[in-house]
Every structure is written in structure tokens, then in C-alpha cells.
Design a protein around this ligand. Structure first.
Ligand code: FES
Ligand SMILES: [Fe+2]
Length: 461
């Protein structure tokens, strides 16, 4: 029998979700006790995204990052291997590194001077001949607590679940799609500087369930996107549903472990930019006419070499443009129209770090392929800064809703309110090249509902 946690007021955690009516209790967005369970059952169990390997290119480089409520050291050792260990001294519990990042061959605790290798092994304590670490435990027993690490397309993930599913199993069907984003070139990607970071007074799940491919909010909350500047709809861009933007239509994919994505149709963009009929073009021709964000026509042969015909079809027709890594990552690979009629891509990755039931830290990495020409990188960086992250015009909208949801979830009457995910896909695309669950048409709630389903599975496991 699974052990279902019981909340202090006697409510079993299993009652927070109604599977038949696709509702989630509002209290999940602010409850301290639920938050504590999440830290153990989700962030101590799944794979968590921590950073990019190009943030620590050299031997001895390190980052201090968060895995749920725990601070961790992300390090590179002299052999080039990456390690993740709890940033807590096993002597008396001091935080080992109080920096955000740096370089050192040995991490020395400032309190009594215990020292550790980048891989977390204990080296020794000062006054060696006095044996200040005692004789009751071996040096092997006194190392930092080590996490299991996976590198994927340059991204660094870690988990405390040492015997649990592999990272590939965790990605499941999402891997087929994510490969087309993160594993596109021989040289791979790099970060364009350190990530932007800022704190929002909101529960982490407000941002993360939205990140699970909520397309619907863009129509209202980001309405200005279709009205101003280079993003404004052109007179020829009538949507299929009257004034509904064509961007609201496409395919959405959801997978068993809560990873989801919106695959937005490129046909209209290709037609507008090139004046050509996309149905008369091969995948290769379409990729050369409108390459994915960060890719130039000269780089397209690398895509042709790496991906199957089905993946190339996806990339040239309905590529994943926004989506999430469960539990707390969001990616954006978006095609942005410019005033001169060209398109510039933006590539960003966010982590929403839980910092208590009412607080999250928003971390925004901006990325490009290493091979991307410098002038395109500069444009991509400018475009990302303008729209995404700290000062980003899009995410200023988003980060205004999350705190309001978190605060109202505390109201006495709000206890009876539920979050509803009842708009369901009724059609699949006639043919679809990839795995997973797929819906076709106007954006719906299935992806976010799947996010909550996996949240529930872990919380009640
Ligand atoms: S707490 Fe780290 S050496 Fe004492
Ligand atoms: Fe948004």
C-alpha cells in the first residue's frame, strides 16, 4: 500500500486532486506542509536541472546551486568530470561554499577547516597530527553527501535517488523531442553569460504548472504580443477561429513523467518569409529557409546527419517551441519576427527554485550553439533579454500572476476553490512523427493536467 501523507487538518493528500473532474485543491499553492512533502518526495527523488557544463569549463570550477531546498556544489574535477554534492559540512553543518561560483582545487570549510575534493571526498582536518576528525569514522565516511549526476546536451542534472530510474528513463518519450533541441550540433551549446536570478513571492508550482505548456494564457495575459511592434499580427494573419492567433493552434505533447511541449506550426511563417508553399518543400528545404533558433542555413547539414526523417519532419513543421522539464524547468526555443522581416531565435532555459511555500527564485539561462556566428549570438542575446527573464516583457506578465495566486490561496473561502483542467483535446494530428501523448488543434489543458498527475504520483508514492 502506498503511504499517503495526511495533512494536519486530517485531509489525506490524495484528496487534493479529483481525477474524474480534473481539479486540484487551491491550498496546494500555499500550504507549508505540502511544501515540506514536496521537498522530500519530489525534489529529493527526481532528476533536477542545475546548470550548464559551459558554466564550469575548467578544472576546479564550481557553482553553488539548489536542489529543492538543499544547497549543492556543482564542480568539475581535474579529469574534467562533473560532480554534485551537498553543500553542507559533515562536521558541524556549516555551508561549505558561501559563494555563487568560483575555482578551487579544494573546498575548505571556513568554520574549522575541514577540506574536501571537488568530488566531495574528505581530505582532512587542520592539525593533522591531533586527528581532529576523530577516530570513530574513516575518512571515506566523512565526505560530502554525493548526488548522482547526468549530463545531457551540456545540461547538468542530479538526483539524490541513487538507485532510482536512469535519466533516460526519467525523460522517457520526451527524449525523442528534447534531442532535437539540446543535441543538435557537434560542438553543442554554451551559455551566453551567467544566469539572471531574481526572487518572486510565489509558490514554485504557480510557475511550473504554467510552464507545462499552458498556451491559453498567452492569448489574454500576453495579448500585447500580437498588438505591438514587430510581434503584431499582420493583416494576412487571420486565425482559424476568427480573431484567434494562429499561434494558438498546433500540437501539444505530454509524457508520463510530466515533461510536456507545445509544437507550434511554422507553415505560416515559411509562407510569409519565402512566399513558398511549405507543402511543396522537403524538410531540408524548410530547415534551410527557416532554420531553428540559433541555427544558420550553413549549420543545417549537422541536423540532417544527426536526426531521423521523422525528427526532421517535426523540426521543419511543428518544432517544440516552449515546454518543461519536470519538476521545475522551462525551455523556450522561439522564432521572433524582426522589423526587417527576418526571424531571430531566442533560446532560454528557466529553473523555478522553491524557496518556501510562498517564494521562488527565477533563474534564467540564455543559450546559443557554440557554432552560431557571433553577430547572430549578439542578436539572440538582445532578443532574449528583451522578452524573457528579469526584465523580459513576456515574463513580467507571468511573474505578476504567480504571487496573486499564492496569496489568494491562503483565504479562508479559497479552501473550497479548485484549479480546473477540464478543457481536453478531442483530436490527434492525422499523422504524427513522434512518441508520447499528442493533441491537435487549439491549445488545451492536457499538458498541465499531466504535470499534476505526475506530481500526484510522486507525492503519494
Ligand atoms: S563545520 Fe565545517 S569544519 Fe567544522
Ligand atoms: Fe507566459
Amino acid at each position: 500500500m502506498p503511504h499517503i501523507p495526511i495533512l494536519n487538518d486530517g485531509t489525506p493528500l490524495s484528496e487534493l486532486i479529483n481525477h474524474d473532474t480534473r481539479e486540484v485543491a487551491m491550498r496546494t499553492l500555499s500550504d507549508e506542509q505540502i511544501y515540506q512533502v514536496e521537498m522530500k518526495k519530489i525534489f529529493a527523488k527526481t532528476w533536477v536541472f542545475l546548470g550548464h557544463e559551459t558554466e564550469i569549463p575548467n578544472s576546479g570550477d564550481f557553482l553553488v546551486r539548489d536542489m529543492g531546498s538543499d544547497s549543492v556544489l556543482v564542480t568539475r574535477d581535474k579529469d574534467g568530470d562533473i560532480h554534485v554534492a551537498l553543500n553542507v559540512c559533515p562536521h558541524r553543518g556549516m555551508k561549505i561554499s558561501t559563494h555563487d561560483s568560483g575555482n578551487t582545487p579544494i573546498h575548505t570549510c571556513i568554520y574549522h577547516g575541514w577540506a574536501f575534493k571537488p568530488n566531495g571526498d574528505f581530505v582532512g582536518a587542520p592539525a593533522d597530527k591531533e586527528c581532529m576528525h576523530g577516530k570513530m569514522m574513516t575518512k571515506q565516511q566523512l565526505g560530502l553527501k554525493k548526488a548522482r549526476v547526468a549530463e545531457y546536451g551540456g545540461l547538468i542534472f542530479a538526483t539524490w535517488n541513487i538507485e532510482g530510474p536512469s535519466f533516460e528513463e526519467f525523460l522517457g518519450d520526451a527524449k525523442w523531442y528534447f534531442d532535437t533541441l539540446w543535441c543538435r550540433t557537434i560542438e553543442g551549446m554554451e551559455v551566453l553569460g551567467p544566469p539572471q536570478r531574481f526572487v518572486i513571492r510565489a509558490n514554485w508550482k504557480t510557475a511550473c504548472e504554467q510552464s507545462a505548456s499552458d498556451g491559453f494564457h498567452t492569448m489574454t495575459l500576453h495579448r500585447w504580443l500580437g498588438e505591438v511592434g514587430p510581434y503584431a499580427k499582420k493583416p494576412d494573419e487571420e486565425g482559424k477561429g476568427g480573431d484567434l492567433s494562429p499561434e494558438m493552434y498546433g500540437s501539444e505533447v505530454w509524457t508520463d513523467h510530466g515533461h510536456t511541449m507545445r509544437c507550434i506550426d511554422l507553415d505560416r511563417k515559411i509562407r510569409r518569409i519565402t512566399g513558398k508553399d511549405p507543402s511543396a518543400l522537403s524538410a531540408r528545404e524548410k530547415l534551410e529557409l527557416l532554420p531553428p533558433p540559433g541555427i544558420t542555413p550553413e549549420m543545417v547539414p549537422q541536423l540532417l546527419e544527426r536526426f531521423s526523417d521523422e525528427q526532421l519532419e517535426l523540426m521543419s513543421w511543428r518544432p517544440p517551441q516552449v515546454g518543461n522539464f519536470f519538476p521545475n524547468g522551462l525551455f523556450e526555443f522561439i522564432y521572433l519576427p524582426q522589423p526587417d522581416g527576418t526571424v531571430v531565435g531566442a533560446m532560454a532555459l528557466h529553473a523555478y527554485i522553491p524557496k518556501g511555500p510562498d517564494k521562488l527564485e527565477f533563474v534564467n539561462w540564455i543559450l546559443a550553439e557554440k557554432d552560431t556566428p557571433p553577430e547572430l549570438k549578439a542578436k539572440m542575446l538582445r532578443q532574449s533579454v528583451q522578452l524573457l527573464g528579469t526584465s523580459g516583457m513576456v515574463e513580467q506578465d507571468d511573474s505578476d500572476t504567480w504571487p496573486h495566486q499564492t496569496i489568494v490561496a491562503k483565504g479562508a473561502m479559497s479552501a473550497d476553490i479548485t484549479l480546473k483542467y477540464q478543457a481536453c483535446y478531442e483530436t490527434k494530428p492525422p499523422s504524427w512523427p513522434g512518441p508520447g501523448h499528442v493533441g491537435d488543434g487549439f491549445t488545451k489543458d492536457d499538458t498541465q493536467w499531466q504535470w499534476w498527475q505526475y506530481w500526484y504520483e510522486l507525492m503519494t508514492a
